[in-house]
Design a protein around this ligand. Structure first.
Ligand code: BGC
Length: 667
């Protein structure tokens, strides 16, 4: 598919805004002003679709990261990176200091001045902005917790030091010719729909409602701001019993603003997520005796498989709630491409429903709730105005709200002064209870949310769909050149577990993954950013031989590496006698709270229905991998019964000061 952006020559220095395709469809929409259009300060009346007929601001500070990465990658991959360096991405005001500028980038005025410099004559220019600093932010996760507490004081600061400060800058007459498109508070109202039983979300709820309404009011007053409220994604709100309450909540909050429904231009879905735009091989149809396709484990009865489903569904519900039919939808396509070698090329022929869905779906995540730095994802559709083909979705544009290459959260604890915490959803070794006990599928070695994560960027460009460039990342199917052979393959044993490692193929940027074989049989594959593999549960005192091959996006496979041999040991540690042991350790602490974990190990007798005595006075705000009741922690359906030597991990965030690390009673 061809992106609807025409490439402009000389787009780098000085950088120029990307121009919209001048299709008649796009231009036709420009002329349709909304009824309640003019407000103080705006040079042009509000238009229906702000993207139509406009160029968009290119954030040079994101582009600089892309260009530097391209320089380091070189070759075809570097060329592919350069070819997207002047795509428009959103500017995130993710904390108060971002307004004036901080270590992560320049302030709002600097961006707006740069936008004016990119504006060409009378052609309107869209400036994509993200409003993201609510009190008690990210109440159901930890990686993007914010600086403002969910208290009256936090709310006061949000209004005066954050929203008022941003509105005052946007209201400067110097910027009245820009069309400011604001994504309003990702994840906030959606969390109130599905996570209201979570104490932190309960506490945050009134502030989210008040804060969103306040932001909409102040931004609407500016005149040339178009607010789009974040509406999560298909895999979050698609179920009818989430979608309907979501539409009602949106109507309620928007209805509480001074301008009512006029205060929003529409909704934006999939912000910073990777739910596919389209699942090309799957329809929610009858699957014989297996029921409907939605009943597959991956969809958990959710009929909305992709973002075109969700936007169409949501649009109808919103209009039924009273929103004007002129509202438009945006979809963040920055990371929902799912191309690369693992993308299915045809509908599965399996007659087993789960196999059929798993073989047909382009979304390669372990679970649709896996939101953090998902391995295997690629860049999606390039930003595009009024995308054709999905009339029921009422799309104003495909946008890149999450700048590709910026992390969703760190894969381990990293101290910081931004209020961000370590969320184990970003830990690739974690089986999350929020994902039905499946592994997170997150990339390893990730920095804090918002920081540049080059390994992820390389993967996103490599796996882009539609593919980027004509070189190694979008391989010529006739090119049968094999990737280079993996080097330095080594294997070491710890009991009956073997760790295989090798050197990254930095000289061959076409490598997208590796395959590990044991004694000539494939035992696992990993993506091109990973250079180790753990092989567990082997026989005792046995000699094994491992080889590794590399593959590229065209499916070419290298010759096998030199073998690495290893002999396993005595079957690991003997489980201790008795039922179980439990060890508590503090993972992280801050003023007034901490995150801890308890490792439960079943003894020689096994531990069906284990029970751990919680640390005295434990008061959790969020607990996973177990249940706390009456000072006793028990397992959940998937980890309550442990075989001898098996382990379960319970994690939690708690109030107060952490107890000392050490053993807890387990029986
Ligand atoms: C982070 C923000 C960052 C944004 C864009 C969010 O997940 O919390 O700090 O600005 O992503 O990368």
């Amino acid at each position: 598919m061809r992106p609807a952006w025409t490439r402009r020559e000389g787009a780098s220095s000085p950088r120029r805004a990307r121009a919209a395709a001048t299709t008649t469809a796009a231009l036709a929409l420009v002329a349709a002003p909304l009824a309640a259009a003019t407000t103080a300060g705006a040079a042009e009346p509000r238009v229906d679709n702000p993207f139509a007929g406009a160029t968009q601001y290119v954030n040079e500070y994101w582009s600089a990261n892309v260009e530097a990465a391209a320089g380091r990658a070189g070759g075809d991959l570097g060329d592919a990176m350069l070819s997207i360096a002047d795509e428009p991405t959103s500017v995130w005001m993710d904390r108060i200091s971002a307004i004036e500028g901080n270590a992560d980038g320049p302030g709002l005025r600097t961006h707006l001045d740069a936008a004016l410099a990119q504006k060409q004559g009378d052609t309107p220019l869209v400036f994509n902005l993200v409003i993201y600093d609510l009190p008690g932010r990210d109440c159901y996760a930890l990686a993007s917790n914010g600086e403002l507490p969910a208290t009256a004081e936090g709310m006061e600061r949000y209004e005066t030091e954050y929203i008022d400060a941003i509105a005052a800058i946007l209201d400067d007459p110097a910027y009245e010719d820009l069309r400011i498109v604001a994504t309003i508070e990702p994840d906030s109202l959606p969390n109130l729909v599905t996570n209201s039983s979570e104490p932190l979300c309960q506490t945050a709820a009134p502030y989210y409602r008040q804060g969103v309404a306040y932001a909409l009011d102040r931004l609407y007053d500016v005149g040339n701001v178009y607010s789009y409220i974040d509406a999560a994604h298909a895999g979050w709100l698609g179920w009818p019993n989430n979608a309907q309450p979501a539409a009602q909540l949106f109507a309620d909050v928007v209805g509480s603003t001074e301008a009512g429904f006029d205060s929003v231009a529409g909704f934006v879905t999939n912000t910073a997520n990777s739910t596919p735009l389209v699942e090309p091989f799957l329809q929610d149809e009858n699957f014989g005796s297996g029921g409907f396709v939605r009943q597959a484990g991956f969809y958990e009865w959710n009929p909305d498989f992709d973002e075109t489903d969700w936007t169409a569904h949501l649009y109808d519900l919103l209009v039924a709630e009273g929103f004007p039919s002129s509202i438009g939808m945006l979809i963040d396509t920055s990371r929902n491409g799912w191309g690369g070698p693992d993308r299915p090329t045809a509908e599965s022929t399996s007659t087993d429903l789960n196999t059929y869905v798993n073989e047909s779906r382009v979304d390669r995540r372990t679970h649709r709730g896996a939101w953090c730095n998902p391995a295997g994802a690629g860049i999606g559709e390039r930003p595009q105005v009024s995308p054709a083909g999905y009339p029921e979705s009422h799309l104003d544009a495909f946008v890149w709200v999450k700048p590709p290459g910026e992390s969703d959260g760190s894969s381990e604890e990293i101290p910081n002064d931004e209020g961000k915490h370590f969320d184990r959803m970003c830990d690739p070794t974690f089986n999350s209870p929020k994902l039905s006990g499946l592994l997170t599928g997150a990339l390893p070695d990730a920095p804090l949310s918002g920081k540049w994560f080059e390994a992820q960027f390389r993967m996103l460009v490599t796996n882009a769909y539609p593919a980027i460039g004509d070189g190694g990342t979008n391989p010529d199917p006739d090119d049968t050149t094999a990737p280079s052979v993996p080097q330095d393959v080594a294997a070491s044993a710890d009991g009956t577990t073997v760790e295989v490692t090798w050197s990254p193929s930095t000289d061959d940027t076409r490598v997208t993954g590796y395959q590990v074989s044991r004694d000539g049989e494939d035992v696992g594959s990993v993506s091109g950013t990973v250079t180790s593999f753990t092989d567990e549960g082997l026989a005792e005192n046995t000699r094994y031989s491992y080889t590794v091959t590399a593959r590229d996006a065209a499916g070419n496979v290298s010759a096998a590496s030199a073998p690495a041999q290893v002999t396993t040991g005595e079957g690991g540690e003997e489980p201790p006698a008795g039922a179980c042991t439990a060890v508590y350790s503090t993972a992280n602490s801050w003023s007034g709270g901490y995150q801890g974990q308890i490792l439960v190990t079943a003894g020689a007798d096994g531990a069906p229905g284990w029970e751990v005595t919680a640390p005295a006075g434990l008061s959790t705000t969020n607990l996973w991998g177990g249940t706390l009741s009456g000072g006793v922690i028990t397992g959940q359906s998937w980890n309550a019964d442990l075989a001898p030597g098996a382990t379960a991990t319970v994690g939690f965030v708690a109030d107060g000061t952490p107890p000392a690390d050490g053993e807890l009673a387990c029986g």
